[in-house]
Design a binder for this molecule. Structure first.
Ligand SMILES: [Zn+2]
Length: 296
């Protein structure tokens, strides 16, 4: 018997907000595309990571509405605002509950506190973003009898991140633990290195997912679990090598582009490079402040 029964999933990849400013190589400063997953039962559905802006919420909401399901829950993988500042709009439109781990909820409050110094300086059209998310007992909730399991994987591109495991679909909705054809945000690894992130990837791998939906992805890529895990690890290997061989943020930026010419989200590559080299070049200064100013 097919354990999935009537369960299925679909992915909507939202365009990033319009670019503002330019990168060192002269091209527009473009953020990464953002992916939301809709897990569908016969009548009900669960949505993940609904994005940042009002425009994204409208596009995603219209897509969800077209699927003809009752949206019960909206799951948030981690505290970064690009994954959830639009959650309130979707929750209101569909009458859905917002769900996250306790660690993610704490990080969502950090995201709200950081918003005026970061997101509001980068983009307009970000809606009100109160934290309304609730935890669920045992980090598990259900969709028409199928388990949806919140797995806390620790530090990836930020602290206290989680993924959603749907065993009956052999699916992991990975947030920013796994990337797919998009530059990874390495800034928050500037102090402790990539070891914690590698451990988190190991936690994802242990779930043996056939499919992985990365929170940032090129919509032309498939969702093969083994490939996306291997490529995410390889990107970290390359970053470690380039941190040894490149002396400047610009050198790191150019070398990564040479190795990953088709990766999207070069703004994130530049932010990462500035944060990694900024922290390294300014020992004794507050790393959190350096990482924040790398965005601006
Ligand atoms: Zn993200």
């Amino acid at each position: 018997m097919n354990p999935a029964g009537n369960l299925s999933y679909d992915v909507f990849v939202n365009d990033p907000p319009p670019p503002d400013g330019f990168l060192p190589n002269g091209e527009p400063k473009r953020f990464s595309p953002m992916a939301s997953t809709l897990i569908c039962g016969r009548e009900d559905a669960v949505l993940t990571d609904p994005g940042l802006t009002e425009d994204q919420a409208r596009a995603l909401g219209d897509w969800v509405a077209g699927k003809g399901r009752n949206l019960r829950d909206i799951f948030i993988t981690h505290g970064h605002g690009d994954h959830w500042f639009a959650a309130g709009l979707l929750a209101e439109r569909f009458g859905a509950r917002v769900v996250a781990s306790a660690g993610t909820i704490a990080q969502m409050h950090v995201g709200v506190a950081t918003r005026p110094m970061l997101w509001d300086k980068l983009y307009t059209g970000i809606p009100q973003s109160q934290v309304t998310a609730v935890t669920v007992p045992g980090n598990c909730f259900t969709l028409e009898g199928h388990d949806l399991v919140i797995v806390e994987v620790g530090h990836t591109d930020s602290d206290d991140t989680s993924v959603l495991h749907i065993p009956d679909l052999a699916l992991v909705v990975a947030g920013d633990a796994i990337y797919n054809g998009v530059h990874m945000y390495l800034g928050q690894s500037a102090v402790d290195g990539f070891g914690p992130w590698r451990d988190a990837i190991g936690n994802v791998e242990a779930l043996e997912p056939r499919h992985i939906v990365a929170g940032h992805q090129n919509r032309r890529r498939d969702d093969d679990g083994a490939r996306t895990i291997a490529e995410t690890l390889h990107y970290l290997d390359d970053a470690e090598e380039l941190l040894r061989t490149e002396n400047t943020a610009t050198g790191f930026f150019n070398a990564k582009i040479a190795r990953y010419p088709d990766h999207l989200g070069r703004m994130i590559l530049w932010v990462s490079a500035r944060a990694l080299y900024g922290v390294r070049e300014h020992p004794g200064e507050n790393p959190a402040q350096i990482i924040l100013s790398s965005w601006l």
